[in-house]
Design a protein around this ligand. Structure first.
Ligand code: PEP
Ligand code: MN
Length: 336
């Protein structure tokens, strides 16, 4: 729409598109309003929409994903995680840190305090764990969510935690500030639609064997339900390489920034599977422009209930944070 289009003109265009059978999605920016029209362009007469008052231009989006594309929404999307934590655009790198799994109340509070002190602004921790083996620790469930809430009350840190089942979305949304969709569920379309119906921030992890296009299509499921608070996450993909748990595809960061307006976060913990590789890859992720990092931290990685080998100690996390801010400063301000 033209920058001076009135509310009345905007709703008239939306109504016209709906009558013609299009799905519509409104994106109201500071500069102007963009109306996403999803449907078959062939039903339109030439100039039928252009002639409506207030319309500036029609831009066809040929990509299979529409609303998450840069073509649809040019400016970077900034996702509000809490009143004080925002991710995306030119906001500082957001670090979500914490254990793979919530183990007990005292420990999650202790971790929250430690990661906050080092500069993390979101506490992560799994209450529902997608374990490869059914005999591994499966998480504490709602009790774990309660412990996370206690850690938030104690430190003020918003919490990010995974949901695995559509039946748990309402419950997890009650506790979480960021709902995580794990790599194994990236194409669980019913789960994507369900979190799309909430207005919570969603951290969508790239599937183990998913292409970037498939990740963006998964995000399209969420946004098409009306929730555009999506943070994409590169967490490594499966390749022939066995030296690392996964192959962290850092090129996904600039690629996604070209293709989509959504913020992107990198998880070098699952991306490498080895504590000694987490800091180097976190720094590299910041160097190539990530908006955020997810780092697994545990007071005693050797006794962790899950993902101990890739978890950083408090001291290692603190070091990583200091180094990360140096790189961030260079990326932000360039050469002196
Ligand atoms: C996690 O964040 O602990 C996790 C299970 O991650 P992913 O889904 O990326 O394997
Ligand atoms: Mn983990």
């Amino acid at each position: 729409m033209k920058s001076d289009a009135t509310e009345k003109q905007i709703s008239h265009v939306v109504d016209t598109l709906k009558t013609l059978g299009f799905g519509t999605h409104l994106s109201q920016g500071v500069e102007r309003t963009v109306i996403g029209a999803i449907g078959d362009k062939a039903v339109l007469q030439k100039g039928q929409i252009e002639m409506l008052e207030g319309v500036s231009e029609i831009v066809p989006i040929r990509k299979p994903y529409k609303l998450v594309s840069r073509e649809f929404h040019h400016a970077d999307t900034v996702v509000e995680i809490s009143p004080t934590v925002r991710i995306g655009g030119s906001h500082p790198v957001v670090v979500m840190a914490g254990p793979c799994a919530v183990e007990n109340e005292a420990m999650i509070i202790d971790i929250a305090k430690a990661v906050k002190k080092a500069g993390a602004t979101v506490l992560r921790g799994g209450a529902y764990k997608p374990r490869t083996s059914p005999y591994s620790f499966q998480g504490l469930g709602e009790t774990g969510l309660k412990y996370l809430a206690a850690a938030r009350a104690e430190t003020g840190l918003p919490i990010a935690t995974e949901v695995m089942d559509t039946r748990d979305v309402a419950l997890v949304a009650e506790y979480a500030d960021v709902i995580q969709i794990g790599a194994r569920n990236m194409q669980n379309f019913n789960l994507l639609k369900e979190v799309g119906k909430t207005r919570k921030a969603v951290l969508l992890k790239r599937g183990l064997c998913a292409t970037i296009e498939e990740l963006l299509m998964a995000a399209e499921y969420i946004i098409s339900e009306g929730n555009s608070n999506i943070i994409l996450c590169e967490r490594g993909i499966r390749t022939m390489e066995t030296a690392t748990r996964n192959t962290l595809d850092l090129s996904a960061v600039p690629v996604i920034k070209q293709l989509s307006h959504l913020p992107i976060l990198v998880d070098p913990s699952h991306g490498t599977g080895k504590a000694s590789l987490v800091s180097p890859m976190a720094l590299a992720a910041v160097a190539c422009g990530t908006h955020g990092l997810m780092i697994e931290v545990h007071p005693t990685p050797e006794t962790a209930a899950s993902d101990g080998p890739q978890s950083l100690t408090y001291a290692a996390f603190e070091e990583m944070m200091k180094d990360m801010r140096v790189i961030e400063e260079v990326v932000r301000n360039g050469r002196k």
